[in-house]
Design a protein around this ligand. Structure first.
Ligand SMILES: [Zn+2]
Length: 315
């Protein structure tokens, strides 16, 4: 009986041991498979990582190639313009180009040359009447100017490029100089305000003759062609407030220049200046807005789709 009992115990122990060995070996097989899987994934990740590094360096070299192609394109397009102007100096020039005539009476108030000490005063008057305007700004990297650019944009007014330096002797020497100065302001506005204006006002207007002194009588043809070819719209004006005719124009003269000349027109782009010394422009603004409202005008900001008037159009 005792022997039988010990035999049963022994058999049970052998079975238990076999079962235990089976479980251990199963776990070992599972662990080995898992380790193999982890190793495979590691190899896959290393491969992916090296592929990604390769991709980013390919992307960088592609961007560089693209930039140099863009530069070559610009150079060739400028040479092309020069050649065309030599062969047909004035043949294709058209004066007073007009586009997008609105069906309602629309007034576009435009302020050139800012930011200045007057900008905030101008903005406050515009806010009072809930009127939006267009500011053709020049370049300034001071913190106060950058704040002004931002305020103009945040209040829903339009910002246009009026060149960085506004220096006729530099920008009108040749189209390359113009492009450099113009692009400097585009990049400044992009990095400091986050905008990329598509609207332009050329200092002195597109038909100015001061440029002839620095770049000859075809430089404006080259510049306006460059702007059109690169997707920009330049705007001249059909109402001069005369605030730049003298150093400090009489306030009443500014008001009457605008309100008398607007009577027979349905779309008006009004030239005014945002320059610290020109305080009478600020003083005239309320009367101008009220007078135009009485004449039935609505106010809008300039954009490539709005009413356009250009004194010189080659293309
Ligand atoms: Zn100007």
């Amino acid at each position: 009986m005792k022997k039988l009992f010990s035999n049963v115990i022994l058999t049970f122990l052998i079975i238990a041991q076999t079962f235990f060995i089976f479980i251990i070996s199963n776990q070992y097989i599972y662990a080995t498979t898992l380790e193999k899987k982890i190793n495979d994934k590691k190899i896959l990740l290393t491969n992916l990582n090296s592929k990604l590094t390769n991709n980013s360096s390919t992307k960088e070299s592609l961007i560089k190639k693209l930039q140099s192609t863009e530069n070559q394109k610009l150079k060739l397009s400028n040479e092309n313009i020069k050649l065309k102007n030599k062969i047909f100096p004035h043949k294709s020039s058209t004066k007073f180009y007009i586009a997008n005539m609105p069906s309602e009476k629309i007034a576009y108030l435009t302020f050139d040359d800012g930011p200045s000490k007057n900008t905030i005063k101008i903005l406050n008057i515009l806010s009072h009447y809930n009127v939006k305007a267009t500011f053709f700004v020049t370049g300034s990297s001071s913190k106060s100017s950058i704040d002004i650019y931002k305020t103009i944009a945040n209040k829903g007014h339009a910002i246009g490029n009026h060149t960085y330096t506004h220096d006729y002797s530099k920008i009108y020497k040749n189209v390359e100089n113009f492009t450099k100065d113009f692009t400097k302001l585009q990049e400044h506005l992009k990095s400091s305000v986050g905008i990329n204006p598509k609207i332009v006002r050329l200092p002195g207007g597109s038909n100015n003759t001061v440029s002839h002194k620095y770049g000859g009588n075809t430089v404006m043809n080259d510049i306006t062609t460059y702007l059109i070819d690169n997707g920009y719209t330049y705007f001249d004006w059909n109402i001069d407030s005369t605030d730049a005719s003298v150093k400090l124009q009489n306030k009443n003269k500014i008001v009457s220049s605008v309100l008398n000349n607007s009577k027979k027109k349905s779309a008006i782009i009004i030239l005014m200046h945002d320059v610290s010394i020109k305080t009478t422009t600020v003083e005239a603004l309320s009367e101008i807005i009220e007078g135009l409202l009485k004449q039935g005008f609505q106010f809008r900001v300039l954009s490539p789709n709005e009413y356009t008037t250009q004194f010189l159009r080659v293309k």
